[in-house]
Design a protein around this ligand. Structure first.
Ligand code: FEO
Length: 169
């Protein structure tokens, strides 16, 4: 069944949001590598890769539905952050924004009786729950560390271990 125009447009915008997340996390990875915190750098590199996979999943869905992919401009993400905490706070805020946009799309799909789209979107709803929780956890730990060197280095090591374990899954 052909996708309604507004759903198609929204799916293309979601794809763009995922590509922006991929780019944003790549920039955040560079921020940490350049600050000699390679654990956090690795963490964001891994998140960036995952966002790219989210975009590809949307792309494949469009193709499967015989729908049209609409290329949209990708904003340039900010590069400098006041602190590691500020960087994670921004990532957390972005995830919350993405979650809301999926909720809006899901509502639209339900209102229009687009059950196939609804089923497809549920995967993203679950994924967003995990990603929000992940970022929220790091924000909380970084607040506890209060920008202090030794605590920050420990968290950096923890972030590296997390990224490594996710890669091995
Ligand atoms: Fe795929 Fe974190 O949004």
């Amino acid at each position: 069944m052909t996708l309604p125009t507004e759903i198609l447009q929204h799916l293309n915008e979601q794809l763009n949001r995922e590509l922006y997340a991929q780019y944003l996390y790549l920039v955040m990875a560079s921020y940490f590598y350049e600050k000699d915190l390679p654990g956090f750098g690795h963490f964001f590199l891994r998140q960036s890769k995952e966002e790219g996979e989210h975009a590809m999943r949307l792309f494949r869905y469009l193709m499967e539905k015989g729908a049209s992919f609409q290329p949209l401009p990708i904003e340039i993400p900010p590069k400098n952050y006041e602190s590691p905490l500020a960087c994670f706070e921004m990532a957390y805020e972005y995830e919350k924004k993405v979650t809301l946009s999926y909720y809006n799309l899901l509502k639209k799909a339900r209102d229009l009786g687009e059950y196939d789209v609804e089923e497809f979107l549920l995967w993203y709803i679950r994924e967003q729950r995990e990603e929000e929780s992940l970022m929220q956890g790091w924000v909380a730990r970084l607040r506890l560390a209060n920008g202090e060197g030794p605590a920050l280095l420990l968290l950096d090591r923890e972030a590296a271990a997390y990224a490594q374990s996710e890669e091995e899954e």
